[in-house]
Design a protein around this ligand. Sequence first.
Ligand SMILES: C[S@@+](CC[C@H](N)C(=O)[O-])C[C@H]1O[C@@H](n2cnc3c(N)ncnc32)[C@H](O)[C@@H]1O
Ligand code: SF4
Length: 338
Amino acid sequence: MTALIAPPLSLYVHFPWCVRKCPYCDFNSYTLSGELPAAAYVERLARDLEAQAPEVAGRRVVSVFFGGGTPSLFSPACVGRVLAAARRHLALDSDAEVTLEANPGAIERGAFREYRDAGVTRVSLGAQSFAPEALAALGRIHSPAETRRAAEELHAAGLTNFNLDLMYALPGQTRAAALSDLKNALESPMEKIFEIYIRTTPERLWEAITDSEIRSNYQFGCLVTSEWTPGSRVEMSHPGAPGLLAEGEILEADPPRRLVQTMTALWSDDAKRAGTSRVTWEIEPVGDSCRLTVTHDQLPEGASPEVYGGWPMILSGLKTWLETGELLTTPGSLMYNG
Ligand SMILES: C[S@@+](CC[C@H](N)C(=O)[O-])C[C@H]1O[C@@H](n2cnc3c(N)ncnc32)[C@H](O)[C@@H]1O
Ligand code: SF4
């Protein structure tokens, strides 16, 4: 008989205060009036953790999320104290992902480095939009420039694993304005991380990533040739396009979990200027699905979004193909097939 192992847990810790309550916000959050009761709140959180810990005794905790409200109103020392309490009372993995939600208008300069030193490994930044009029209509307390500065500071602090929240379908927002927000977000200096859940097995997903014929159907409608072993060359081309579209080299191949390759885009002068970057594919089984994370990094600052902007389309093409057997027509194949 096989023993039943309880699935691992994630810890969510709520910080309910904000500089100012945004009119659209449905979260349990409140405008801070007076002084932040930081020490008292952290003390209560630690006591809560201690009181409730026996209910999950023996269960692994694999991630922590400090959400709000605006947890970044609390100092790095406070965040560190809550994390220490979690480590004391729970079976928290030593390499657990620890995320902090932050508002670009409620972060002191230089604080990200201290949050990182306190144990934060990832930040979720509330950008919402890069259009000043949209931010004003939403009642936000920051400008697009402050969001960009926060993203740069995260990068400088070594917290390169971060996301930008964007809101779309805002009242009166045009499709072009929503796309412009997305373009602005993609242009911020960071690793480009794309994640998708696909109902399939790791083996089938690995096959779809490395089988040239399958891959050519959902990726730009082009051919990919490689042995998929370290040191092998990868080439992307299309019968309708002159020369190679991209080339690279396999750096690591650990089927069916991890593939790392370099990539040099050759399809336009803009794309070529990005030079050689790195693409990491990671497959993790989750229930009857797989989480596929594609990280595109080592991109030079200001690299044209052309070289990474196509990933959402590629990954949704891959999902559709694996889940329904249907092939999507990607912009690449339209471009070269007319
Ligand atoms: C709880 S907030 C935390 C981040 C931080 N307080 C901030 O706003 O910058 C998380 C995200 O929820 C989203 N959000 C808040 N209210 C929402 C609503 N009514 N509908 C959709 N998204 C909402 C925003 O994108 C926000 O960044
Ligand atoms: S700052 Fe964030 S949590 Fe606070 S009210 Fe605005 S959206 Fe909600």
